[in-house]
Design a protein around this ligand. Structure first.
Ligand SMILES: Cc1cc2nc3c(=O)[nH]c(=O)nc-3n(C[C@H](O)[C@H](O)[C@H](O)COP(=O)(O)O)c2cc1C
Length: 337
């Protein structure tokens, strides 16, 4: 097995090791107010939305995780099937591995084979050349391309990147890639200045991927000889990062630490157009099987429709008008930013 494939498998193993269903995060410090008189009924059709021109059953999706090993093949096969049956979008893990190891293509393409009509989002690192990225988009028949900004992860990785000049390459990607682009963090949160800068460069969709869920400093630290555990605290919490994105008036995806349908609703309240879920779904798949995750996603769709009703919502477009308030610590952060 190549070093890259081994790394992919280690990420899956360590994401499992460090996962905790009970982990507290910024969504616990955010509260939304429910009308005692909702004047609404439960309807799954309210959840329906469009992403990159295709119809979807719900605004939440499976975020980027894997590809590039045998284990990843099996996971992407299951995720492709589940995304197809539940009509939600699926982002694949970084396909930058294909530039050096093209024989790993099957482990990505399998998701497209299982979900020929649905939304599949490819993912690359910010140093991937426009030619390579376009080839990946074509090979995966991707509807969009996520470009991940993962400086903290790289610095924590013994074999990671040490040069973080990505802007010029991002400009080239923006000019040459033929599908919509998503600028994405990997769990440390996009900051307002970066969103502002990239908005001015013409990028229009951001996945803020804040902290509170999967922590790649923790995962990489476990693969490391030296102790870099202090990096585990450097992330920008998801709720704060989402509020920053909203202030920049860009379209954005809220992700990072989504644990249940109430978190999804809160993410939509923050103004997220879509909501991404990675490890919460992966753990259900790994610990059980594809049918269990399939059922869970169908349940989330039902439960989210139920939540929308008790919060008096009849249209996804107006969810961000639900009144909200924040606990003191979060409020304090927000006042300073
Ligand atoms: C096992 C695993 C592998 C991941 N690989 C990638 C990746 O290749 N590219 C990427 O942009 N994000 C990757 N991520 C990050 C997720 O897409 C997401 O941004 C992050 O995990 C926060 O979401 P969560 O708290 O719902 O897990 C990975 C996450 C996990 C759990």
């Amino acid at each position: 097995m190549s070093i890259r494939s081994k790394r992919k498998d280690e990420h899956i193993k360590l994401a499992e090791k460090f996962y905790s269903q009970k982990k507290i995060n910024s969504f616990d410090e955010m509260h939304i107010i429910r009308p005692a008189l909702p004047e609404a009924s439960v309807s799954k059709t309210i959840l329906r939305t469009k992403m990159f021109g295709k119809d979807l059953a719900a605004p939440f999706f499976i975020n980027a995780m894997t590809g590039g090993s045998q284990k990843a093949y099996a996971i992407n096969q299951s995720l492709g099937k589940i995304a197809s049956k539940t009509q939600i979008a699926l982002a694949l893990g970084s396909a930058s591995i294909l530039i050096k190891e093209h024989d790993q293509l099957d482990s990505f393409i399998v998701a497209r084979e299982e979900n020929p009509e649905g939304v599949i989002i490819a993912n690359v690192n910010a140093a991937t050349s426009a030619n390579d990225a376009q080839k990946i988009v074509s090979e995966l028949k991707a509807d969009a391309l996520q470009i991940h900004l993962n400086a903290v992860q790289e610095i924590a990785m013994p074999e990671g990147e040490r040069k973080f000049y990505w802007l010029d390459n991002l400009r080239k990607l923006r000019q040459q890639i033929t599908v919509p682009l998503v600028i994405k963090e990997v769990g440390f949160g996009l900051d307002r200045a970066t969103i502002h800068l990239l908005k001015n460069e013409g990028f229009s969709l951001f996945d803020i991927a804040g902290s509170g869920g999967t922590n790649f400093a923790q995962i990489e630290n476990a693969r490391n000889q030296s102790d870099l555990s202090y990096l585990e605290t450097v992330g920008l919490p998801t709720v704060i990062s989402a509020i920053m994105a909203k202030k920049e008036k860009v379209d954005f995806i809220v992700s990072g630490g989504i644990r249940n349908p109430l978190d999804v609703l809160k993410a939509l309240c923050l103004g997220g157009k879509y909501v991404g879920i990675a490890n919460t779904f992966l753990q259900v798949l790994i610990k059980n099987d594809a049918d269990t995750l399939l059922q869970m996603i169908l349940n989330w769709q039902k439960e989210l429709a139920g939540l929308l009703a008790i919060y008096g919502q009849t249209d996804l477009q107006t969810v961000s008008s639900i009144p909200k308030y924040y606990d003191l610590q979060l409020q304090n952060w927000l006042q300073q930013l």
